[in-house]
Design a protein. Structure first.
Length: 79
């Protein structure tokens, strides 16, 4: 579940820490920022893992590579 999101006013950064729900929130923000008519991303670094385990009984369709999972990622928004 939600762990925390902290705003660093000095560098204007927002840090998200948590589990897969926070990862999904990050992906949602990054994808929406990139898909707008005016791309809001000036930089994106998402090191997708070569292997990403499935931890549930539900079928896993993406278990590695792009969109498979990551441990840490960052985006920089314009302005």
């Amino acid at each position: 579940a939600f762990d925390r999101a902290a705003l660093d006013n000095q560098s204007k950064r927002i840090f998200f820490t948590g589990d897969s729900l926070m990862r999904q929130l990050f992906i949602s923000i990054a994808c929406n920022a990139a898909s707008l008519q005016t791309n809001l991303l000036s930089h994106a670094e998402i090191p997708w893992k070569d292997e990403w385990p499935c931890h549930s009984n539900a079928p896993c369709f993406i278990t590695h590579g792009e969109h498979g999972g990551f441990d840490a990622a960052s985006i920089r928004l314009v302005n």
